[in-house]
Design a protein around this ligand. Structure first.
Ligand code: PDD
Length: 285
């Protein structure tokens, strides 16, 4: 049984109830975060909270919670839920109103919900111990504010489902100019001739915390070049390696796209180098 937090109270998840008039339920009018935690230690807590604050600001939800308030909540949930491999799900909606009206209501309090779910142990930087993933592709049909980590995820859900129905683990997304944006719930990296390349951040991608840590650890190490730039569909098709990154997956190697092998079809050496650096440094973030 998982212990959750809802509007100031800790309770078993089964007892957490919201009103159907909550704007998160009616409109997907909210912001969320997923922070990974292993044996009581969180990865990227500060950047996750900073991204949530900027998301709340972007959609005009005023919440006077400090990073310390979030840290207290997260640490309590970690302890209450056994301090294993946990995803901490944090969710703030604009709140509950007594009528369904699109404009922001005045004088309602945001709804704050948090719970934990089990995540897989972090990948071991060892090619023989990691299961490679396969992905499908699709035209990115989401909205033009994908930098906001909105709870309105129908576009992402439909893209994920597209791959899932084909037996894939994820769906890579390309915009109308055939440029890679991201995946339905991950950022994407490619490797070509020893260089790591990932799409430049803009309104078409979520600024992933894992993405930033990967870039940082590679740049700090200095042995492998990292570029942030436009990545075309052809470059993805001809890459030596492709990875997807997210808080719960860290760096996941992709060996098949739409049924075709990536590079030689095996997990690559640059993945190994990147995951090794990531595993060693992640708790510093
Ligand atoms: N997904 N892009 C999208 C669209 C995402 O939903 C996510 C995360 C990422 C990776 O971001 P980060 O490295 O900060 O986790 C990129 C989360 C985990 C989810 O929706 O469950």
């Amino acid at each position: 049984m998982s212990i959750a937090f809802l509007d100031g109270q800790y309770m078993p998840i089964e007892q957490a109830k919201i009103s159907p008039m909550d704007r998160g339920f009616l409109f997907g009018d909210g912001i969320y975060e997923v922070v990974p935690s292993y044996a009581g230690k969180m990865v990227g807590f500060a950047p996750h909270i900073a991204r949530m604050k900027s998301g709340l600001e972007a959609i005009g939800i005023q919440l006077d919670w400090s990073a310390e308030d979030w840290a207290q909540l997260c640490n309590r949930l970690i302890v209450e839920n056994g301090a294993g491999n946990l995803g901490l799900y944090l969710h703030v909606t604009r709140g509950t109103d007594n009528k369904r009206f699109h404009a922001f209501p005045k004088n309602i309090a945001p709804t704050i919900f948090a719970y934990t779910f089990e995540i897989a142990p972090p990948p071991i930087a060892d090619k023989s111990k990691v299961k490679a993933k396969k992905v499908s592709t699709s035209r990115d049909l989401r909205w033009e504010r994908c930098q906001i980590k909105s709870t309105a995820l129908l576009g992402n859900v439909l893209h994920f489902q597209h791959g899932y129905e084909q037996g894939s683990d994820e769906t890579l997304l390309f915009n109308a100019d055939n440029q890679l944006t991201e995946a339905s719930a991950c950022n994407v990296f490619i490797v070509k001739d020893g260089s790591v390349i990932t799409p430049l951040l803009d309104n078409q991608k979520l600024p992933g915390i894992t993405r930033q840590i990967v870039i940082d650890v590679l740049r700090n190490d200095g042995q492998i070049s990292v570029e942030e730039r436009t990545v075309t569909m052809d470059e993805v098709a001809n890459a030596d390696e492709v990875w997807i990154t997210s808080s719960s997956k860290e760096i996941a190697p992709i060996t098949e796209i739409d049924g075709k092998p990536v590079g030689d079809g095996n997990i690559g050496d640059i993945w190994l180098a990147a995951q090794t650096l990531y595993s060693a440094a992640k708790f510093d973030y």
